[in-house]
Design a protein around this ligand. Structure first.
Ligand SMILES: [Zn+2]
Length: 454
C-alpha cells in the first residue's frame, strides 16, 4: 500500500512539473547550465587526464571509468558499461624527411593515418609525385607511379560556408588515397591535412584498404608543410622523401560504451538517447571531438535531476566507444537494443564540436518536420534559430532502423576543422559559455521532444 501511495505521489509531482509552461522550464534549464561548472570540469579532466583516448588505449579505459562515475554523480537511476569489440591500432615513431640537392633537408610535420600499415626501421626512400585527385593517377599510370610516394595535395575549398561540405570535398584523399595509389604500385602516400586552416598541425583520421589491395603506409602532412613540399617540388622535381612510421595493428580488444539513464515515469519502455563519442585520436586531447559532446550528454542528466524534471520516457546519456575507427560502439548499442526489443523514440548526437549553438538538424520531412521546426520558437530568446532538415550522427545512425528520430546538434562550425583530429583540439579551445549554452539547448530540446509525440 505504502508503495502504491508513493507511486501516486510521484506521478502527481511529475504531472506538476510537466504542467509548467515549457518557456519557464527552458529558462530554468538555461539558468542551471549557465551557472554550473560541472560539465566544464568534466571536460578539463577528460582532456588533461585521458588525452589520446583512442579505442583500445589505456587512456580510453580511464575515460570510461571517469564518465561512469560522472553519470552516477549526475544522478542517473542506472549506470552500466556495455561491452564493445574494438580495433587496436597503435602509432609508433614517425618521421618524414625531404632531401633536395638544391634546397637541402627538411622534416615535414606529419601524423600517420589510423589503420595505416607501417614501414620497416629503415623507412621508405623514394621520389615523390604530386596529384590533386584520383583521375590524375589514372592519367599518370603505373609507369610513372610505381615505387614512388604519392602526395595528395588537393586543398579544402575555403569558399564553402558549410565547413563540413568543404571537408567532405577533400577527405576522399585521406580515406582512399592509399588504396587508390597502391593500385598503381605506389610505395606510400602523403596526404594534405583536411582542414580550412593553414597551420603546422597535421590532422590524422582513418585510411581504408579494401581486401584486394596491398597496404601501403599513409601519413597526413600539415597544410603549411604541404605548401612547402609543393613549392620545393616545383623547384626540384627529383627531390626524395624518406618516410619512417612504425605503427602497428594489434588484435581486436574489448572496450565499453558508458550508459546512464533516468527511467521515464509514463513510458519507461520508450527510449531517448543523447550521446557523443568517448574515444578520440591518439594525438589529441579531443576537446571538441568529442569530449565536449560526451559532457553535454552527462550534463543533460545532471540538469534534469537538479531541476527535478521527470521525463515521460527513459532518457539515456551514452558515451559511444570507437567512433573514430569503425563505429563499433554505435553498432553494438543498436544491436543490443534490437535484441531486447527496445523502442527507440529519438536519438541525438553532439559530434560537431561545442562552439556556440545554432540549432538542430532533424532527419524528417513533411508535416513531421514542420512540427519539429515549430519548436524553434522556444529557442528564440537564446539566439538559437536553425531547425533544419537532415541530421543525425554516425553513432546513432544504427538506431534509425529501430525507428529512432535522428537529431544532430548543430553548433557554429566555422572553426571546427581547425581542431578536428589534431593536437590543436585542446581544452583551451573550448569556451565555457558556448559549452554551457549547447548543453542547455540539448537538454531543452529533449525536454520538448519528450513532452509530445513527433
Ligand atoms: Zn567526432
Amino acid at each position: 500500500m505504502q508503495k502504491i501511495l508513493t507511486y501516486l505521489v510521484l506521478i502527481l509531482l511529475s504531472a506538476g512539473s510537466l504542467s509548467q509552461e515549457p518557456e519557464k522550464v527552458i529558462a530554468s534549464i538555461f539558468e542551471e547550465s549557465l551557472t554550473d561548472t560541472t560539465a566544464y570540469n568534466h571536460l578539463r579532466y577528460l582532456c588533461k587526464n585521458t588525452s589520446g583516448r583512442l579505442a583500445g588505449s589505456s587512456a580510453s579505459l580511464k575515460a570510461i571509468e571517469y564518465t561512469r562515475q560522472a553519470l552516477i554523480d549526475a544522478g542517473s537511476d542506472t549506470v552500466w558499461l556495455q561491452k564493445v569489440i574494438v580495433p587496436h591500432w597503435v602509432r609508433g615513431f614517425e618521421e618524414c624527411r625531404i632531401f633536395s640537392s638544391e634546397m637541402g633537408e627538411y622534416d615535414l610535420s606529419v601524423s600517420t593515418l589510423g589503420l595505416s600499415t607501417g614501414t620497416d626501421l629503415e623507412g621508405i626512400k623514394a621520389e615523390i609525385i604530386e596529384v590533386h585527385d584520383f583521375n590524375k593517377l589514372k592519367d599518370l599510370g603505373r609507369n610513372r607511379i610505381e615505387g614512388k610516394i604519392v602526395f595528395f595535395n588537393r586543398p579544402v575549398d575555403n569558399r564553402l560556408i558549410n565547413t563540413f561540405a568543404g571537408y567532405g570535398g577533400a577527405v576522399n584523399q585521406r580515406i582512399s588515397g592509399a588504396a587508390e595509389a597502391s593500385r598503381y604500385g605506389a610505395a606510400a602516400v602523403i596526404v594534405r591535412s583536411v582542414t580550412q586552416s593553414l597551420h603546422d598541425f597535421p590532422h590524422t583520421g582513418t585510411t581504408h584498404y579494401p581486401d584486394d589491395i596491398k597496404k601501403i603506409p599513409a601519413v597526413a602532412v600539415s597544410t603549411v608543410d604541404a605548401d612547402l613540399l609543393s613549392c620545393w617540388l616545383k623547384k626540384d622535381p627529383t627531390l626524395t622523401v624518406r618516410l619512417l612510421t612504425t605503427c602497428k595493428t594489434l588484435p581486436d580488444t574489448t572496450s565499453f560504451n558508458v550508459i546512464g539513464e533516468i527511467r521515464g515515469y509514463l513510458k519507461p519502455e520508450e527510449y531517448i538517447t543523447v550521446g557523443g563519442h568517448l574515444d578520440s585520436w591518439d594525438i589529441t586531447e579531443g576537446a571538441h571531438d568529442d569530449a565536449g559532446g560526451c559532457v553535454q550528454a552527462i550534463e543533460m542528466i545532471r540538469i534534469y535531476r537538479s531541476l527535478g524534471i521527470k521525463p515521460k520516457r527513459t532518457i539515456r546519456a551514452v558515451m559511444f566507444m570507437n567512433e573514430e575507427i569503425s563505429t563499433t560502439g554505435g553498432k553494438t548499442y543498436a544491436e543490443e537494443a534490437f535484441r531486447k526489443g527496445e523502442k527507440h523514440y529519438a536519438a541525438l548526437e553532439s559530434d560537431r564540436g561545442v562552439m556556440s549553438p545554432r540549432g538542430f538538424g532533424f532527419d524528417a520531412s513533411g508535416p513531421r518536420l514542420e512540427k519539429l521546426q515549430s519548436l524553434a520558437k522556444y529557442f528564440v530568446p537564446f539566439n538559437i534559430r536553425d531547425f533544419d532538415p537532415g541530421g543525425g550522427g554516425s553513432d546513432i545512425a544504427p538506431l534509425k532502423p529501430l525507428g529512432a528520430l535522428q537529431i544532430g546538434y548543430i553548433p557554429d562550425v566555422q572553426r571546427y576543422f581547425f581542431y578536428h583530429h589534431s593536437a590543436n583540439d585542446t581544452f583551451e579551445q573550448v569556451n565555457i559559455r558556448e559549452l554551457q549554452l549547447g548543453s542547455a539547448a540539448i537538454a531543452s530540446l529533449i525536454y520538448l521532444i519528450d513532452l509530445n509525440d513527433y
